[in-house]
Every structure is written in C-alpha cells, then in structure tokens.
Design a protein. Structure first.
Length: 95
C-alpha cells in the first residue's frame, strides 16, 4: 500500500482521534497497526511526527497506544528507526 506522507498524517490523526472514544478505540488501534506495518522510508517520518505530537493533554488510551506503536515499529522496522531513536526516546520520556 503506497501512500503519501500527507495521506499518512491525515489517516493517523483521524485514528488518534478515534482512540479517544471507547466505541471506536479497537478499530482505530487496528488501523494504526496496519498503517505502521506498511510504512516505508518515505512515510515513516510522517507517521513518527504524529506520534511525537501526542502529549499529556491527550487521553490515556491515545498515549498508551502511541507508545505501543513505537514498540511495534521497533519490532517490524528495526534498523530503519535508528536515525529517529533519540527523538523517539524523548517523546516517550516526556509522557
């Protein structure tokens, strides 16, 4: 599935909003994992940018899922995350 970085951002932000609602939470989590699984070198920075944008003002399910997704990315994309590691860690620590 090839998507533009802008399309990825829009889809991810839509899913992050859905995570705040119990009725759409599991569907949004599954969609985010699907997006994360299909990222490439072009779309990964856009996805990470969305993850970085969440903070303490977001509801706990949103923050929890973002941390889970960062771990999922590490499992599925491994070394592709290396250039972003310090920013990822900073993002997790400030939660």
């Amino acid at each position: 599935m090839s998507s533009s970085p802008q399309n990825i951002k829009q889809r991810v932000f839509t899913c992050l909003t859905k995570l705040s609602d119990r009725d759409t939470q599991s569907l949004a989590a599954a969609e985010l994992e699907s997006i994360a699984r299909n990222l490439d070198a072009t779309t990964l920075p856009a996805f990470l940018s969305c993850m970085y944008s969440t903070d303490a003002s977001d509801k706990p399910p949103v923050r929890k899922q973002c941390v889970h997704l960062l771990g999922f990315l590490a499992q599925t994309h491994g070394n592709m995350l290396a250039p972003y590691l310090s920013k990822i860690l900073g993002s997790v620590v400030r939660r």
